[in-house]
Design a protein around this ligand. Structure first.
Ligand code: APR
Length: 389
């Protein structure tokens, strides 16, 4: 089989790239290790920046998002129970949309199925070959047989644990990493959210986040030590811990019950450089990881593939390599700004083992500065709703 662009991974990055290319008449095949059902079963992020909303609209898959998604004009920050609402609309006239990554994936999958474009699910042992030469190849196993996909370019959209990044010789790649000494214990529950907007809370017992997926489905998180095991957290223990970190009125209003999903996610900042090696490009979680504080992971994946898709369309349409030549440099600038913001939000809101009394006073001062300064609030709002470039 031959295609113009072989896309590895059918997460939001791979599917969105496929959609951008398909709309411009560029042929692409997606190879995905898992089944479509498995991909759709993953519970992931849920906040879309304005740029991601616009991209979904631009490629014709925004209709259900506008119908079912929740427009959020602000967030609430809380520090030891003192709360402050940031109103994005009045601060910078922008907003975000709460619409689960699972739903975005679903909409992109449906659009791809309707277009007849090829996605090969349950493709195992994917191998990236000859991407430093004149024509690349991807080998994979499916139904007991080895297949070869010949292509002009490979887009590695296969997440942090994928095969694409590790196919690059280690000497050609520089990586930058910070692993945080804690994780987020997350619970999904079919109960209305405790508030209309997200609540980010710093408490001496640790960070907490009240989030949601819909008016009837809530997502809550508490910071836990790296050593914690999810089996040790009964629903009751989770709710008690969450309540203890919220302000009393919010804790009182919390609607609890049996969780429908519970898991612990580690927190990590990670960037690989560069993001192009000959005919191979990296995008999304394959290229970078941010801690979830700040809701940047999915949005960065969207901005990466918007840039990559545009560059590849330009390459085929206008016979210009300028876009693909600049891809790595262009997206890395944006990636590092999102890494900075995610690291900053994480540093402000979490309790670090080494923080100590001085560090907590500094965190409190940061919160007080933020709540007292219009300019500081504008800066947070600008970053949270998504930088323009
Ligand atoms: N071969 C083929 N597919 C693979 C391989 C492989 N060797 N390894 C991983 N994959 C697939 C995974 O099964 C997954 O479906 O690649 C896909 C990668 O998807 P995601 O992990 O969702 O990454 P990405 O599309 O970059 O999405 C961005 O933003 O909200 C954050 O972390 C969250 O997943 C989200 C990410």
């Amino acid at each position: 089989m031959r295609t113009q662009v072989a896309i590895i991974g059918a997460g939001p990055a791979g599917l969105m790239l496929g959609r951008i290319l398909e709309r411009a008449g560029v042929d692409a095949v997606i190879l995905e290790r898992r089944s479509a059902e498995y991909v759709l079963g993953r519970i992931r992020a849920g906040v879309l920046e304005q740029g991601s909303i616009e991209l979904l609209d631009a490629v014709g898959v925004g209709e259900r998002m506008h119908r079912e998604g929740l427009v959020h004009d602000g967030v609430e920050l809380s520090f030891d129970g003192d709360t402050h609402r940031l109103d994005f609309t009045s601060l910078i006239n922008r907003h975000v949309m709460v619409y689960g990554q699972t739903e975005v994936t679903h909409d992109l999958m449906n659009a791809r199925a309707a277009s007849g474009a090829t996605t090969i699910y349950e493709a195992s042992d994917v191998r990236l070959l000859d991407f430093d030469g004149d024509g690349a190849r991807v080998e994979y196993r499916k139904d007991g047989q080895t297949h070869v996909l010949e292509c002009d370019f490979i887009a590695g959209c296969d997440g942090y644990h994928g095969v694409s990044r590790v196919s690059v010789p280690a000497s050609a790649l520089q990586t930058f990493e910070r692993v945080y000494p804690f994780g987020w214990l997350g619970v999904l529950i079919d109960q209305p959210p405790v508030a209309d907007e997200l609540i980010y809370a710093h408490h001496e017992r640790g960070f907490a986040l009240c989030s949601m997926r819909s008016p009837a489905r809530s997502r809550y998180y508490v910071q836990v030590a790296q050593s914690e095991r999810v089996e040790d957290w009964s629903d009751d223990r989770f709710w008690d811990e969450l309540r203890s970190r919220l302000n009393p009125a919010t804790a009182e209003a919390l609607k609890t019950g049996a969780s429908i999903e519970k898991s612990i996610a580690p927190l990590r900042s990670f960037v690989a450089e560069p993001l192009r090696f000959g005919r191979l490009f990296l995008a999304g979680d394959a290229a970078h990881i941010v801690p979830p504080t700040g809701a940047k992971g999915l949005n960065l994946a969207m901005s990466d593939v918007k840039a990559l898709g545009t560059a590849l369309v330009e390459y085929y349409g206008e016979k210009s390599a300028a876009g693909i030549d600049n891809y790595s440099q262009t997206v890395l600038r944006r990636i590092w700004k999102a890494e900075r913001f995610s690291w900053w939000m994480t540093s402000l809101l979490h309790v670090f083992p080494e923080t100590g009394a001085f560090g907590r006073r500094i965190q409190r001062a940061e919160f007080d500065y933020l709540t007292g300064s219009h300019v500081a609030q504008q800066s947070l709002a600008e970053n949270y709703t998504g930088l323009l470039d």
